[in-house]
Design a protein. Structure first.
Length: 157
């Protein structure tokens, strides 16, 4: 009987130590501050892009918004869900002209790309982060194209 108690106690201690050293699931890891900053930048970029414009410019803006939304989704997978409404757009400066908003959105996309460059210690999150980079690259190209289209429209009128 004494051996059973000792064996039982040893098993409990082994199980407790195994639980203490087991890695936590990805969703329980602390948030990456760079990811949260990138999410804030991308939300602001999305708000800046979501403005009326000429058809050829708005077409590029919608493409950029789609890719910004894709990047937000991938980053949210790579980090924990920060609990913010994904459709929330921060207030923007109404005094910024249209091309200024596009340029600011381009800067924010670049800032998000820089934020995501930090080394990823979770191999599962690295795949999502890399997919976010692809979306950001496509969003950057769409915004650059929108800026060129806006310049052409301004020169035309």
């Amino acid at each position: 009987m004494k051996h059973i108690k000792v064996l039982g106690a040893a098993l409990v201690l082994m199980a407790a130590s195994a639980c203490a050293t087991a890695p936590h699931p990805a969703h329980a890891q602390p948030a990456h501050p760079a990811y949260l900053h990138a999410l804030s930048d991308l939300r602001m970029a999305r708000a800046l892009l979501d403005r009326p414009a000429e058809y050829n410019v708005v077409r590029d803006q919608f493409a950029a918004i789609d890719h910004v939304n894709g990047a937000i989704g991938e980053i949210r997978h790579a980090s924990y869900d920060d609990g913010k409404d994904p459709n929330w757009n921060p207030p923007i400066d109404a005094n910024i002209n249209h091309r200024g908003r596009l340029s600011k959105a381009l800067d924010l996309i670049g800032s998000a790309e820089r934020d995501l460059r930090s080394e990823e210690d979770n191999p599962y999150a690295a795949g999502w982060r890399n997919a976010a980079f692809h979306h950001l690259e496509e969003a950057r190209h769409a915004v650059e194209h929108a800026i060129m289209d806006k310049r052409i429209d301004e020169d035309r009128y």
